[in-house]
Write a protein that binds this ligand. Structure first.
Ligand code: ASP
Length: 581
């Protein structure tokens, strides 16, 4: 080996040892007769001391080195005169006797430090330099740890990791597929998997019983901060289980990860139905780090000649504790916030419960003190609280109030990244009506089983009312995982495809392999998949998943470092038998 130690491990107890280190030059401080160099590798930074006596063999080389040069140095470990107790190696330095330049470096386009001067674009183009920064590297080390602990837990529960293919068949349901032209089968295409869903179900038919895979998935969707065209799932499936068993097993996994990665004990996860989540939080992924539940006011506010409320399908509000003192300006800001087109409320009504107990609202003309007292009762307010109310179409108003609730939660500092609130959302609707396409879509995917109690609704054409045995794990308002009990009966699966608008022929063409497999003794099975990148960013206290992926794509789906996607040459195109516009 070219070194005896890493740059992160020498301590005072090593004083007097002769050592050889290798690493990158973080910083050179030239003091005239001597120089200090901070040498960095993955493990840390060690200070080097160089006597610039011209008689020393290295003095000539010393003048040429700059940031990010790769060095090999030999010397003696010595106690430092001025110690830096903020770094683990800060009590020692190396008195260098020999040094070798292993490689030179151009001046890097941004500083390789925690707070770099490089913008996002530059950092992505030179990602290999960005990854030298301690904080970015720490994110990937965290990712490694989450993966290792996932494997440890699932292995201990008899899950086996099986790799499923990456070149598969395109399916019309779900997100858009990435496709790959087949050279050997001209005019035909593979698709990259959006998830290994059908394969893991087939593995259950094969009797694998418990499967998992930390696996790349691909979806050709518009991108956001927490989305990448390729992302990683912890994908799992189990046989001979009911929903309850799956929830318990994967609650166990998440508790194990919190304990072993973050050192945090998580209590039993509360469960909330989809319907309650929508009613109480206006979201199927509520951030439960703080309360501020919705209170519906139809009964309380209607019939006082305030047209906006009288004509609304739903009048609903939240109580912001201790915010009665909000200034006019702050309230205007909140009103502007809810009126933004993305949120779409038409206005915001407020009522201040003052410290002296009096109540003042923005609709005093219609609601006297006695009426407002009823509002206060509905919210169970205390002096100093602020009531905020929206009205309109039920779904839209709930969605808007959800945004307002989250905004207030942020403003009030109730969404601390080091606090974790996990829960299960259960009983999702099986189907969701799409106005544009004029038909029902599977809310989760077409393989999800309806609740046995609701199956009759399928025949009664009450499709929107059917609940599924489907569940999501939500942490801090982020959907971290989701899954369902599966249909394992050929007839029911066929019926589902019919409901989703497939003709029998189409269903056979697309999913015949699955329905055929179901004829050979398919066991009852259920599963779940976790968004691995999201889980890592959550553990790392970040909003974006990008810095938890070694080589991510930008918002346009580009890798600017390798410059992909790119055109291919005409011979390749000819070989593939495709036409390029
Ligand atoms: N395959 C599903 C997904 O990607 C998860 C599951 O149902 O297990 O969301």
């Amino acid at each position: 080996m070219l070194r005896t130690h890493t740059c992160g491990e020498l301590r005072l107890t090593d004083a007097g040892k002769q050592v050889t280190l290798c690493g990158w030059v973080q910083r050179v401080r030239d003091m005239g007769a001597m120089a200090f160099i901070d040498l960095r590798d993955r493990y840390g930074i060690t200070q080097l001391f160089l006597d610039k006596d011209p008689k020393k063999s290295f003095s000539a080389k010393l003048t040429t080195i700059g940031r990010e040069y790769v060095l090999q140095v030999t010397g003696t470990v010595k106690e430092r005169e001025s110690k830096n107790l903020n770094m683990p190696t800060g009590e020692v330095e190396i008195i260098v006797s020999e040094f070798e330049i292993l490689n030179e470096s151009e001046t890097p386009p941004f500083t390789i430090e925690e707070h770099t001067d490089g913008g996002d674009d530059l950092r992505m183009k030179y990602r290999y330099l960005d990854l030298r920064r301690a904080n970015v590297r720490a994110n990937l080390q965290l990712r490694h740890k989450v993966a290792q602990q996932t494997r440890t837990f699932l292995d201990s529960k008899e899950f086996i990791e099986v790799e499923t293919p990456v070149l598969i068949k395109s399916t019309p349901e779900g997100a858009r597929d990435f496709v790959v032209p087949s050279r050997m089968n001209k005019g035909e295409f593979y698709a990259l998997p959006q998830s290994p869903q059908t394969f893991k179900q087939l593995l259950m038919v094969s009797g694998f019983d418990r499967y998992y895979q930390i696996v790349k998935c691909f979806r050709d969707e518009d991108l956001r901060a927490d989305r990448q065209p390729e992302f990683t799932q912890i994908d799992c499936e189990m046989s001979f289980v009911e929903q309850e068993d799956v929830l318990n097993m994967f609650e166990g996994l998440v508790k194990h990860l919190f304990k072993n990665v973050k050192g945090i004990d998580i209590k039993e996860l509360p469960r909330i139905t989809y319907a309650d989540a929508m009613k109480q939080y206006g979201s199927d992924k509520p951030d439960t780090r703080f309360e501020m539940k919705f209170v519906e006011l139809n009964e309380v506010v209607k019939g006082k000649n305030f047209k906006v409320f009288d004509e609304a399908e739903l009048v609903v509000g939240i109580c912001a504790k201790g915010c009665a003192e909000y200034t006019r300006k702050q309230l205007d800001e909140l009103t502007d916030f809810v009126k933004r087109p993305q949120i779409g409320a038409t206005g915001l009504v407020y009522a201040r419960v003052n410290a002296d107990g009096s109540i003042k609202s923005s609709v005093d003309k219609f609601y006297d003190e006695a009426a407002l007292r009823q509002w206060a009762e509905a919210f169970n307010t205390q002096p100093g609280d602020l009531i905020l109310v929206l009205a309109g179409k039920a779904d839209k108003t709930r969605k808007a109030l959800n945004e307002l609730r989250l905004e207030l939660g942020s403003r009030l500092g109730l969404r601390d990244k080091n606090t974790f609130s996990c829960l299960w959302v259960v009983d999702f609707p099986l189907l969701e009506f799409n106005e544009e396409e004029g038909r029902y879509f599977a809310m989760h995917h077409p393989f999800t089983a309806p609740k046995p109690d609701d199956i009759h609704l399928l025949d009664e054409n009450k499709l929107g009312e059917v609940r599924a045995n489907a569940y999501d794990m939500v942490i801090n308002g982020v959907e971290i995982g989701g899954g369902s009990v599966r249909i394992f009966n050929k007839e029911l699966q066929g019926k589902m495809f019919g409901i989703l608008g497939f003709t029998e022929e189409e269903a056979q063409k697309q999913f015949g392999f699955l329905m055929n497999a179901f004829q050979y003794g398919a066991p009852p099975h259920a599963g779940i998949a976790f968004g691995f990148d999201r889980l890592c960013s959550l553990f790392g206290g970040a909003d974006s998943i990008r810095d938890f992926i070694a080589f991510p794509k930008n918002n346009s789906g580009r890798d600017t470092m390798i410059d992909a996607p790119s055109t291919i040459d005409s011979k390749q195109i000819r070989d593939l038998g495709i036409e390029v516009l």
